[in-house]
Design a protein around this ligand. Structure first.
Ligand code: NDP
Length: 327
């Protein structure tokens, strides 16, 4: 079976040559292990950080070793009674056709009636990130005005829809007219196309009364714009800063002093710290799905060979909704 390994550590935007597709020997199963035929692989912005040799909240990918990431597949061989052959599971050994791992490290898919790949997107990690970030970290409430960047992405598009389901006013930003129209169709009250220029000015115009919440997926000038537009006691959930994942150094925080006078709360978070509320997430999402309030979009690259292209596409905005690789 084939797997993608990290061939070299990129500087700036990764190149295709930083990845290598290799044949791995098929290993016999140990006691309590399962073999999984992967069907869906997730590519996510955080993986860029794992390509660097720096200490972070997840360890770096090792050079010459298969890369890792969220994946969904079917158990094809099992030495664990708890996870029999045929079980559909989620696990973290993506970027490869076949995964062998202890049964304790795989999760059978939750009993929620959505297509299996949705558990890598709106009904999985990105959806939970949107839900916990907006409701628990930013404490966004009905009637408030929320600004969310990368609003046409997996996390951002779900933030837009949860905020609308909860009765908030939503301003999104995305790259290009087509994505902006789509974000509008999800219910956003206003959408900023950040590509042509001045986000600071565009947000000031879109939210003349200011914003109560900023859900940050981008950093950079989006964060500047949100600081300038923040009302008294506004809350910022700092989810990601994709604008600097290939650069390393943040741009200026020109308006940071606003945090004092406006008594802002700026809070970073990791989705994994909020799993105690996973049952609430599924219950609310199923209800909203049943009420027709959720739209799920995904961009699919076909074949394991396309995984690096799919991953790099996250940094050029090649995806609408969740970026996935289908094997
Ligand atoms: P997305 O589906 O949003 O894909 C990334 C999107 O970011 C692209 O489609 C692109 O959209 C936009 N983008 C890329 N480069 C830039 C740039 N320089 N400036 C502005 N926009 C850019 O990815 P996810 O939904 O998976 O992740 C969104 C964010 O959430 C990321 O920052 C990620 O790291 C973070 N995250 C954090 C988690 C946590 O626990 N804290 C968990 C999961 C995700 P466009 O065409 O609009 O530019």
């Amino acid at each position: 079976p084939r797997a993608w390994t990290l061939h070299s550590r990129p500087k700036g935007m990764p190149q295709l040559g930083d990845f290598a597709l290799v044949d791995q020997p098929s290993v016999p199963l140990g006691e309590n292990e399962v073999r999984i035929a992967n069907r869906w692989l997730s590519v996510d912005p955080y993986m860029r950080g794992r390509m660097n040799d720096v200490k972070s909240y997840v360890p770096p990918f090792a050079l010459g070793e298969p890369m890792q990431g969220g994946a969904i597949g079917e158990v094809v061989e099992s030495r664990a009674a708890s996870v029999p052959v045929g079980t559909k599971v989620q696990h973290m050994l993506g970027w490869r056709e076949e995964a062998v791992l202890p049964a304790g490290q795989v999760q059978p898919l939750p009993p929620v009636d959505v297509p299996e790949e949705a558990f890598l997107g709106q009904f999985g990690m990105p959806g939970m990130t949107a839900y916990f970030g907006l409701l628990d970290v930013a404490q966004a409430k009905e009637g408030e005005t929320v600004f969310v960047s990368a609003a046409a992405g997996a996390v951002g598009s779900t933030v837009v829809q949860i905020a609308k389901a909860k009765g908030m006013t939503v301003i999104g930003s995305a790259g290009g007219a087509e994505k902006c129209d789509w974000v509008k169709s999800l219910g956003a009250d206003a959408v900023i196309d950040y590509k042509p220029g001045n986000v600071v000015q565009a947000l000031a115009e879109a939210a003349p009364g200011g914003i109560d919440v900023y859900f940050d997926n981008v950093g950079g000038d989006h964060l500047d714009a949100a600081l300038l537009a923040a009302r008294m006691h506004a809350r910022f959930a700092i989810c990601g800063m994709i604008d600097i994942y290939n650069e390393g150094q943040p741009q200026s925080l020109k308006y940071l002093a606003k945090v004092i006078g406006a008594r802002l709360t700026i809070k970073g978070f990791l989705v994994g710290d909020h799993m105690a509320r996973a049952a609430d997430f599924y219950a609310d999402m199923m209800r909203w799905l049943g009420e027709g309030r959720l739209t799920r979009e995904q961009t699919v690259f076909d074949g394991l060979a396309s995984a690096p292209d799919a991953f790099l596409g996250l940094f050029t905005g090649a995806n609408k909704g969740k970026m996935l690789v289908r094997i």
